[in-house]
Write a protein that binds this ligand. Structure first.
Ligand code: SAH
Length: 257
């Protein structure tokens, strides 16, 4: 339950040290700038955004979204102190939340969809996310897209994402329990499709459900044996694929569990 979660970072408020214990200060300590958990997380998140920019994330929409969503509210309470580090973290049921740099990179690519070319301030229309996990990326996407449909195949994580996202009251995020391999035809066509799990190839259903001018960003098995990010654009001229850098994602699996 959100109200029982520890603040951020877990031990931020100085507790009496051995030396001072028993000696109460004559006047109450003045609150410092970082005295509340949310202000402390704001500062750490701002540093994460600076790091993302230094790593080459340039899209202001992405940096703003990454600076807005409180990542520490999506991870297990024992991992709260690592929430803004550049690392992937376990989210239960053998799955992981991608490191901030990868989330930012993929969303930046998504915003490069042909329909948005030359429109640096615009939002995407409807986006489909495959692999809701803890719901973090869906929350980030809600800041750059008009509507987010996010599918998860594991009931436990679908429910966890639901409770993680509830306090944010994001009316434009729709969580679905289902097999994302077949996409979600009812929400199609999508301006963007982003996958957080990697399969052998990009399913044909995703390409079919992509709008003209839309883009798919997905990790896929590469010829070398590992995974690579694949970008697929649908334009009036046809479908164009590009293979980018190597990545490490959990496997895309079929069926619901
Ligand atoms: N975007 C997530 C990361 C989740 S990890 C976040 O921000 O937390 C990838 C997720 O994809 C896992 O939860 C896994 O269960 C899910 N997944 C794998 N194959 C899937 C499929 N066919 N349909 C829907 N979800 C799938």
């Amino acid at each position: 339950m959100a109200s029982q979660r520890p603040g951020f970072p877990v031990r931020l408020t100085p507790t009496a040290s051995a030396a001072t214990r028993g000696r109460l200060p004559a006047v109450p300590a003045k609150p410092t700038v970082h005295s509340t958990p949310s202000m402390a997380s704001d500062a750490v998140r701002a540093r994460m955004v600076q790091r993302l920019a230094a790593q080459g994330i340039a899209d202001a929409r992405v940096l703003r979204a990454m600076g807005t969503v409180e990542r520490h509210l999506f991870v297990d309470s024992a991992l709260v102190n690592q929430a803004y580090e550049d690392t992937s973290l376990p989210i239960g049921l053998g799955q992981t939340i991608s490191k901030p740099n990868v989330v930012a990179r993929m969303i930046e690519l998504l915003l490069g969809a042909p329909a948005l070319a030359g429109k640096p301030g615009d939002r995407l229309g409807r986006v489909l996310e495959i692999g809701t996990g803890c719901g973090y990326q869906a929350a980030v996407l809600s800041h750059v897209a008009a509507e987010v449909y996010s599918i998860e195949r594991l009931r436990g994580l679908h429910e966890r994402a639901r409770s993680n996202l509830r306090p944010f009251r994001l009316a434009t995020v729709h969580l679905l329990l289902g097999d994302g391999m077949i996409g979600y035809a009812k929400g199609a066509p999508y301006a963007g499709i982003i996958a957080a799990a990697g399969g052998e190839a990009v399913p044909e259903a995703w390409i079919a459900q992509l709008a003209v001018g839309g883009r798919i960003v997905a990790p896929t098995q590469s010829a070398m044996g590992g995974q690579a990010l694949v970008v697929i654009d649908k334009t009036a001229r046809g479908v164009e694929r590009r293979i980018l850098e190597a990545v490490h994602f959990v496997p895309l699996k079929s069926g619901i569990a």
